[in-house]
Write a protein that binds this ligand. Structure first.
Ligand SMILES: NC(=O)c1ccc[n+]([C@@H]2O[C@H](COP(=O)([O-])OP(=O)(O)OC[C@H]3O[C@@H](n4cnc5c(N)ncnc54)[C@H](O)[C@@H]3O)[C@@H](O)[C@H]2O)c1
Ligand SMILES: [Zn+2]
Ligand SMILES: [Zn+2]
Length: 384
């Protein structure tokens, strides 16, 4: 990861805009590019998919935005008018799907697997399909009031929607990173009982401070997480589990070694191996199936990339587990979330959500700090 000067982006299509980026987030998804997905990265790829800023230039087909408007940019690059987009599945947009790699809609700054679109950890950004994507937000409040509309908020929101918790029910959130933390805030706001499991003490303290019941997975004694959680839920388990960890979960030592080895191969060898035979670190996902009550729902927000992951089908079938997952369909949720953000009160605590604000020059160090979970880093925001 390095900071480099590149030519400023320009309008290429009538539906483009160019923005001057004022704030731009660092995400757990960026860490996958930094580690296990690194074989798909090419020198010069610009990363980052959580930007907001000020419109500098608009293409001829843009009618809802003017130069000077304040906008947040969703991480999905989606057209808004194909079959998938009109069915609220923008992460599967048929205009920007990537047939070469068999992947869904393009994403900002997410390697050739997702369209190799130059990303938003930059001073300026070309926004393709801005006629549909760019979300106009009011002037006045600080950037952090709106910034998380680009990814964290809609991802957390969709994760809770997909978890389908019955009214007054219990949700177990695995992972207290930005996504798990925000999902637990959304669920608490909806009046649910929320348990959160992680292994980083400061992260657990943060969610506990907002009313979730925190569980340290390194402090379970001889019990499994499922046993501990069942004890707290009438012996039955939570109605739903939201998995907000992903493929780099703590715990599966053997797989981690294989992922590292694949990462060391030349890209030409590593790519087919990962796409056809790759496996994930499944610790968190397996504990989701183990913890959820019979007939409950597992909602997977964490990103997985394996092609040959062994799953406990007997347990999943016998327990009648329902499963939903996928990249967030950002624009499906932004209007509802924006209404909440526009209240005077900061209901979800977004303005104090980021733990670090740093300049772009500090990006290489910030990636390392976030990956190693040092210095209390939960959410890092760059201010270009
Ligand atoms: N679906 C989407 O659209 C979408 C969008 C954004 C992020 N994500 C994914 O969500 C996941 C979380 O993102 P983040 O930004 O919060 O990242 P993060 O890496 O900071 O958070 C992961 C958390 O999981 C914890 N963890 C690790 N192993 C665990 C285990 N076995 N049990 C419980 N907790 C464990 C870690 O300590 C960490 O706090 C990532 O996989 C990211 O790619 C998905
Ligand atoms: Zn993100
Ligand atoms: Zn589309």
């Amino acid at each position: 990861m390095r900071v480099q000067n590149v030519p400023d982006p320009t309008i290429q299509d009538p539906t483009d805009i160019v923005i001057r980026v004022t704030s731009t987030g660092l995400c757990g998804s960026d860490l996958h590019l930094y580690e296990v997905l690194a074989p798909f990265m090419e020198p010069g790829d610009i990363v980052g998919h959580e930007p907001m800023g000020v419109v500098e230039e608009v293409g001829s087909a843009i009618s809802h935005l003017d130069v000077g408007d304040r906008v947040v940019i969703p991480f999905n690059v989606s057209c808004g008018h194909c079959w998938m987009c009109t069915n609220r599945l923008q992460s599967q947009c048929e205009t920007t799907q990537n047939h070469e790699w068999g992947t869904g809609a393009s994403l900002l700054g997410y390697s050739k697997l997702y369209g190799q679109v130059p990303g938003g950890q930059a001073e300026y950004l070309r926004v393709p399909h801005a006629d549909f994507g760019a979300v106009k937000v009011p002037n006045g409040p600080p950037d952090d009031r709106y910034l998380f509309l680009s990814d964290v908020l809609p991802t957390a929101w969709q994760g809770v929607e997909y978890a389908d918790v019955p009214e007054g029910g219990t949700l177990l959130v695995l992972g207290a990173g930005p996504i798990g933390d925000m999902a637990s805030r959304v669920a608490l706001h909806r009046g649910l009982r929320v348990l959160v499991a992680d292994l980083v003490p400061e992260r657990l303290q943060r969610v506990a401070g907002r009313g979730a019941e925190a569980i340290d997975i390194t402090d379970l004694g001889d019990a499994s997480l499922a046993e501990v959680v069942r004890d707290r839920t009438d012996g039955r388990g939570p109605d739903s589990v939201l998995e907000a960890v992903g493929m780099e979960a703590h715990g599966s030592g053997g797989i981690k070694a294989v992922q590292k080895l694949v990462g060391l191969l030349p890209d030409k060898l590593a790519e087919p191996l990962m796409l056809k035979a790759g496996t994930d670190r499944l610790e968190a996902l397996l504990s989701a199936f183990d913890c959820v009550r019979r007939g409950g729902t597992v909602s997977i927000s964490g990103v997985y990339g394996g092609a040959a992951d062994p799953l406990p089908m007997f347990q999943m079938f016998d327990k009648q587990v329902q499963v939903r997952m996928g990249q967030a369909n950002v624009r499906t949720w932004t209007d509802d979330i924006l209404q909440l953000l526009n209240r005077d009160e900061d209901v979800l605590g977004v303005e104090t959500f980021a733990t670090h604000h740093v300049s772009l020059d500090e990006a290489p160090d910030a990636y390392e700090t976030f990956q190693k979970k040092q210095d209390g880093a939960v959410k890092i925001v760059f201010r270009p």
